[in-house]
Design a protein around this ligand. Sequence first.
Ligand code: GP9
Ligand code: MN
Length: 726
Amino acid sequence: MKKTFSISRIGAAGKALATFVQSRAGFYALMVALLTIKSWFAYVVDFNHLHINSPFQVFLAIINPIGFTMVIFALPLFFKRRQLFYGASLILQTACSIFLYVTVVYFREFTDFLTVNTILNYGAANQGAKAGGAVSLGGHDFLYFLDIVVVILLLVFKKIRMDSLAFKKSRAFLYLSLGWLLLMANLALADIDRPQLLTRQFDREYLVKYLGIGPFTVLDAYNTAETSQVRHSAKPEDIRQVRQYLNQNFAGANPVYEGQAKGKNVIVIHLESFQQLSIDRKINGKEVTPFLNSLYHSKDSLSFDNFFHQVGQGKTSDAENMLETSTFGLPQGSLFAKLGSDQVFQAMPAILNQRAGYSSAVFHGNNGSFWNRANVYRSMGYQNWISGEYFDVTGKKATAWGLKDKLLFKDSVPYLERLQQPFYAKYLTVSNHIPYEIDKQDQDPNFQTTNSGSKFIDNYFVTNHYLDQAVEEFFNYLKKSGLYDNTTVVLYGDHYGINNSESKELAPLVGKNPRKWTDLDSLNQQRVPLIIHSPGLKNGGIQHNYGGEIDVAPTLEHLLGISNKRYIQFGQDLLSKQRRNVVAFRNKDWITADYASISGTIWDVKTDQKITDPTASQQKRFDAIQNEVNQQLAMSDAVNQKNLLRFYHPEGFTQVDASKVDYSKQHTIKRLKKGDQKDHSHSLFQQNGRKTTINDYQTDAPEEKDQQGQTTRVLPRGSDDLINDD
Ligand code: GP9
Ligand code: MN
């Protein structure tokens, strides 16, 4: 009896609702409700609950999509014609849903929110995400669009009839104002929980948690416009303050290591997505990376086990920027993509060339314009940019990200052997790139990976293993060709490979309980290896001090006997006795050997516990570290955003003239040959009696003998890349 009653009540309510939707006000409410519900859905299912940690924050997250959505959908209410009202409402619903969904997909990969900059630089920056392979799709993704299809069908079959009675302007304005009021109330309430939310701009997750995706994006667009303003207003005096700060924080060379690699060639091997967690790891009785492990433990190596990546949204390009310039990437977007086309750099290739006569080259099997590299490398002073356009990348020789590593190392030889010594050469590997898929034929049948429940993790170790073999083959060549003894090889992992979203499956592998996984555990996994391998090195071994990518350039300069005091570099020599041993992350988090700060929460690194009640002296110390971190990032941002190096002329440094460099294959070959003239050549080719050393190279890459094909897996470049490329 009771049951029938309640069913009939529900039926009546449904009917009333169905009638309500027939009016424009009802349709408006429906649009607002659908987008709001989808936003909540994204918060809970895709955005890791936004780290919401109090009932008040739950309340804010519930109301925050409503105000903005009310404002957006109030706009069509001003239309008189019904087709316009319904059409515009549906277009808005679709556009907002697409935006929400793209944000979700982006978040899965970067654990971060999409910014206006990222969108503007999309073509130059990350065409790879279009590959599908790199985009992680979820089984529930259709839910972001299902409602739109249903509403359209209801309209087509006249279950929802279009109401021809238009709103009066004043009523439409009332709805708009109500939305606006709610938005303002939301902002005021957010400010109670997190004072100065807008002015201090914590991280993006905070802004979304408190304000929602719409207001966050509007705010972000405003900031982007402001930055371009900043650049125009920069003055030469601005650099003085930076100089003063750097002088006060300078860490001098350690006499034990200073100059130990003087005059040697330098090869930097950028190990794509390679984390410290793979070092010394055994799976099913086999080491994942036996060769890298041997380098890591070699007495000829300086290895670091508390070395962190510090990249932001620019990922690989941020890592490269830090290593070449010892300045941070940008708070949003990729510096390469955003500023790289007209930035003045004082970067390693130019410094080493001007101070010690180094020649330079970068080797990478992806398109030359990816991450805006062609422009950036020119301005950094790279003499040669040997990109995917130089190699045969057809058929199975490449993945979506470029030539497979084993082939990259081998196919680089004809260029490498022509470089005048000493040289500074960088190899950017790609086979160990998300989604970590490599052809069966490249997999070692003797290596059985994990069965973790995450295909990313299982595949990750497989491509780690492939990368390890590729590096080993290259080292064998270095030894056989004679380069090895006179070369310092710097190997480093550019950033994480396993996203935070995989932590449930990762936890058991690193000895943690998945249910107790904390933010500190995630931070601890941001360690990447740094190995500086230099045959004949004295006092090598594994170093435990805390540092990051920003510190590599000063360390290397000092090893090469080049003082870096005159340059604008924010890192400190990792071997210096005067180091501060604080690692600053791009989002203002930080870690030391004792404490870490993650989104404003302090952790005791040794006990893995949060510090909720710090003593006065602890608090003082945390504040001091935070200030130092903020200052370091702000100074670096000022230099980069205002392009301040255009005003700075350190002794003996001539600004690079990027317009003089031609990276076309034809010109490069001509240039290398011209520099490699018989009577005054210092190339390996010359050393080898003017014969190629390619026969010293042994690879087991099965694709090696494949004929050149018609098709390639490497992604085509985005059309907007062409704008930046000449
Ligand atoms: C692309 C490669 C990858 O050429 O360097 O960049 P990432 O996606 O790691 O930033
Ligand atoms: Mn990378």
